[in-house]
Design a protein around this ligand. Sequence first.
Ligand code: SF4
Length: 268
Amino acid sequence: MAPPKSKKSLAVKKPQPAVTGGSSAPGRRPRKAASRSLYSPAEVHEIFRRFCVQRPEPKGELDYVNAFTLLVAVVLSAQATDAGVNKATKTLFAAADTPAKMLALGEAKVGDHIRTIGLWRNKAKNVIALSKALIDDYDGQVPQDRDELVKLPGVGRKTANVVLNVAFGQHTMAVDTHIFRIGNRIGLAPGKTPEEVEQGLLKVVPAEFMRHAHHWLILHGRYVCKARKPDCPACVIADICKSKEKTTDVPAPLVPIAPLDETFPVPA
Ligand code: SF4
């Protein structure tokens, strides 16, 4: 039997520990150092402890049945609502839930399923191209490695981080607009770019909270620390927060949030 291609072995690789700030691996693009967090380790721990009390098990809004369909759903969700993506993928994933079935379905039929989603033509192309790449290079498996994931058509760093975190439980941080804003607004992980904020958060967030940290931050930004006007009276970390924009030092009562509100938008 012919030896497997070198890339294939990555498909069955065990989850890797999160890449934290600091030195870069040989051959990789050097990362800029993120600015320092304004918070002590004890303060950061308390922030995430409270988020954890509010939502012990935050759930995503995108529907998927396996790592491949999650990858496709996240690719489709760029500039589209999660509800709109779910509507389209309900029939798409019923017809094709593996790269081989997706490739057999073909670009035209994939397009028929996702026609209601923005940029559907280009996304149908990417879904077929990434399905083919998974079959050709990874034995039809979704690689558990960010450097490999971002080689797939339509897959950027944020999409890769979502898949690694949600499907494989890796301690990645998918920085979307909410997380970028919070990182800078409250000085938790200041940075000029999403990658700088990502590196800053990977450095400061305690390992025990990394599994759900990006979910909690997205929810906090979506419902409380909102873009236009933060709702500080509803904020459970108002006493710890060091933002110049905050309007109160009194934290909101720390109580679990109803399950109905426990969903969050997966960063596109
Ligand atoms: S106190 Fe206000 S500014 Fe600070 S995290 Fe809470 S909502 Fe955001």
